[in-house]
Design a protein around this ligand. Structure first.
Ligand code: ADP
Ligand code: ZN
Length: 742
């Protein structure tokens, strides 16, 4: 960690450049006069409290220089230096600067969003010192001479003779220890002090499994690249042992005294993964995701940047956490769309992770059974190196996907006879079944059977989803909740009926169909906390669940040995999505969901119900596999000049007034075309869901041969656009490398 450097001479004046926590594209200079008293000096990466307009703001120091005297009078002075030692080291500042430029997002806002929330305010790090006790020399001397009946004193002194203790350790004593300790402190035999908990002991990592040849080759390739930038794609079928490769590569990284960063797409994935990492590396593993409380996040963030965490596992935002001596970065399930932050500062954590590795000069491993088309294109260009795991580690083979043509069939609450029969067979053998349906709630539509009107959200262009357990209708776009008791005003005699199938209804059907089996539903409505998820995972692992119903939460990374049948209840709703990435997403999802079946000794089976058994994407993925699908899809993208064969950015605008976003974007388009008449900027179009949470939304799509060209085009005019947006009262955002284009 950088230190504040030697204190400057009192009276010396510095010019301090500050990225203020505000959405402004500029940094501001302030004056700072060294004082005699031991106040902290502003250093790069430390926070300061500065006057800003008519108020004050927190900001981060990004540069410090000597100041010419005549300049000094013009600058406002810094009011307070908030951090005695910088919060961000040089590596994180460099990464933030790069990101601000690449994503065209103000540096102050980038920096604010990479700090834990408390530190975005004028608050310090929490006091992490704790009450502790240690043995005094007098205590050591007294120990051998204690009388036989001084059992409790002996217990305390012996405990402390083994090492300092905090109250948790003391509480392992089987008596009221505080009173005994107080007497020993009064006699000078024990010392009471406040201090930081001792760092976790560096236990030797547990020994991993014996790797197979492909795994060993992969680990050797990564370790041969320690100390230089090299992206690897660990392209391994589901269950091929990618995680074991990460674990072994990380063990070698730690053995060199370096640290590792592991990104995972979602909280749902972390628990099983973290358990495996903890089993291997013990207390050196740190965990960060949005399901943790604010204080826990802050403490882990701080422990990481002070070098107390050896392996940080986290979701998207963990890519911004300082880790001194970082030696290896892993991005698990690199294809996953949730690596993209979709509001505020829009970044791709996968892409930032790669840049971070590049800046640090270290290897980065991108793991997936279904690599994204971007990553495959980078492989083809020779920028990345492929490491292949072609076999499942424990099972025979990845099960083939079987299509069930449900045209004309009666579906009992969504399930056709073929799927039901397969479920009965697998359950009869004591095996577990997973049913995948990517729609939560009871029914996606509520229709009045008298007049035919669907119930809509009054703030979005969307229909309400019926949630039976909560007896309410909900908008899945603005989260507004409408009690069913509320009268419907569509006609004289409303008769509201749920139409269609969500996970809640599927659970009802399945429970009725299989009354003797235990059914568990895993979606955002049933998994409201980390603890709830943990309990659910434990139940499944312990065999207390026979049928697991879930949304995409169950598609990702779970490893349950007893699951042998996976049923994809409805593949059709995704086949005709409009986004240019929709097909790729579907192909990845199918392969990932299928990958949950038959991961251990018993063979698996995967059934898909569809009305489109001949759909070309389904056929290619099922008959020829993901790689074959991807090869064709890449050619299509090339022909259409879409990413990864062109750079893309979207400018989105929104306003409560219907016409404003289109007007603003029209003006923006004209100015961009004035700058470069050949620029490929689409006409403004309304978003697919034009009104959302009461705001009208529109967008323009910008394409160019390279990202640099897009950067030049947009970068030249940002200040103008900011002004224009303010004048027209429009909110706008730039989305570089957008994940969805609607
Ligand atoms: P992936 O991350 O590719 O889905 P995992 O690493 O979770 O695969 O491996 C799947 C299962 O196979 C896990 O239970 C894992 O412990 C086991 N496994 C992986 N590699 C080996 C190996 N070389 N020897 C024995 N078991 C292995
Ligand atoms: Zn809504």
């Amino acid at each position: 960690m950088a230190d504040a450097g030697p204190a400057p001479v009192p009276g010396a004046v510095l010019r301090v450049t500050v990225a203020v926590f505000a959405p402004l594209r500029q940094c501001y200079d302030y004056r700072w006069e060294a004082r005699a008293e031991a106040a902290p000096t502003p250093a790069e990466g430390a926070r300061v409290w500065v006057p800003f307009g008519r108020s004050h703001r927190v900001g981060i120091v990004v540069a410090v220089a000597a100041l010419e005297t005549e300049e000094a009078a013009r600058l406002k002075a810094i009011d307070e230096v908030l951090d005695a030692t910088p919060l961000l080291d040089a590596a994180m500042l460099t990464l933030a600067r790069w990101s601000s430029g690449y994503y065209q997002h103000p540096l102050g806002d980038v920096l604010a969003s990479l700090l834990p929330t408390r530190l975005r305010r004028r608050e310090g790090l929490p006091d992490i010192s704790q009450e502790r006790w240690r043995l005094a020399p007098a205590g050591a001397a007294a120990l051998p001479t204690l009388k036989a009946n001084a059992r409790r004193q002996r217990a305390v002194l012996e405990l402390l003779a083994a090492g300092d203790a905090d109250s948790a350790r003391m509480a392992t004593l089987d008596f009221a220890w505080r009173e005994v300790v107080r007497r020993l402190v009064a006699r000078g035999e024990v010392e009471h002090y406040r201090g930081e908990a001792a760092p976790a002991p560096r236990e030797a990592p547990a020994v991993g499994v014996a790797l197979n040849d492909e795994q060993q080759t992969a680990v050797d390739a990564v370790t041969a690249s320690f100390d230089r930038f090299q992206p690897f794609v660990l392209d391994g079928v589901t269950g091929s042992g990618k995680t074991e490769v990460y674990l072994e590569a990380i063990a070698r990284c730690l053995a060199r005294g370096q640290r590792a960063l592991v990104l995972v797409p979602e909280i749902a994935l972390t628990q099983q993964l973290v358990a495996r990492f903890r089993a291997r590396f013990g207390e050196r593993v740190g965990l960060l995701h949005s399901g943790l409380g604010e204080r826990q996040r802050l403490l882990t963030w701080d422990a990481c940047r002070r070098g107390r965490v050896g392996v940080l596992i986290g979701t998207r935002s963990a890519v911004w956490v300082g880790l001194p001596g970082l030696g290896l970065v892993v991005v698990d399930e690199e294809h996953d769309g949730s690596y993209k932050q979709q509001d505020g500062f829009r970044y791709s954590a996968r892409d930032v992770a790669i840049v971070r590795a590049q800046q640090a000069g270290i290897p980065v491993v991108l793991g997936s059974a279904t690599p994204s088309l971007e990553t495959l294109a980078n492989l083809a260009r020779g920028r990345y190196q492929r490491l292949a795991l072609t076999q499942r580690a424990l099972a025979q083979a990845v099960p083939a996907i079987e299509c069930i043509d449900v045209r004309g069939l009666k579906l009992a609450g969504g399930l056709g006879e073929t799927l039901l029969r397969a479920m009965r067979e697998h359950l009869a053998r004591g095996e577990q079944v997973v049913l995948f349906l990517n729609r939560r709630g009871y029914a996606p539509l509520l229709i009045c059977r008298s007049c035919g009107e669907p119930r809509r959200c009054d703030r979005c262009d969307a229909y309400l989803v019926y949630h039976k357990g909560a007896d309410s209708a909900r908008c899945h776009h603005c989260d507004k909740l409408w009690p069913m008791r509320r009268p419907a005003h569509c006609c004289e005699l409303p008769d509201i009926a749920p139409i269609g199938l969500g996970t809640e209804r599927l659970e009802e059907t399945v429970s009725a169909e299989f009354p003797d089996h235990r059914v568990c539903r895993m979606d955002r409505d049933t998994v409201r906390s980390e603890r709830a998820l943990g309990a659910m995972l434990e139940d499944i692992a312990a065999g207390r669940v026979d049928i697991l119903i879930g949304t995409q939460m169950v598609a990702k990374g779970f490893d349950f040995a007893a699951v042998t049948l996976v049923g994809i209840v409805d593949a059709d709703s995704r086949l005709y999505a409009l986004d240019f990435r929709a097909e790729e997403r579907l192909a990845q999802l199918l392969v990932q969901v299928a990958g949950r079946a038959g991961r251990a000794a018993r063979p698996g089976r995967v059934l898909i119900q569809t009305h489109q058994p001949h759909h070309p994407v389904l056929r290619r993925v099922i008959d020829e596999g993901y790689a074959a699908y991807a090869a064709v899809a890449l050619e299509e993208r090339r022909a259409a000049e879409l990413p990864p064969f062109a750079a893309m950015a979207i400018v989105r605008a929104e306003s409560p007034q219907a016409t404003r976003p289109l007007e603003f974007l029209g003006e923006l388009r004209q100015r961009l075309r004035a700058l470069d008449p050949a620029a490929d900027v689409s006409y403004p179009i309304p978003a697919l869901m034009e009104r959302r949470a009461g705001r009208y939304r529109a967008l323009v799509v910008i394409r160019a041969a390279t990202r640099a060209a897009i950067g030049r085009l947009l970068g030249a005019h940002l200040d103008d656009f900011d002004t224009l947006a303010r004048e027209q009262r429009v909110r706008y955002a730039i989305d570089i490398d957008p994940q969805d284009t609607l």
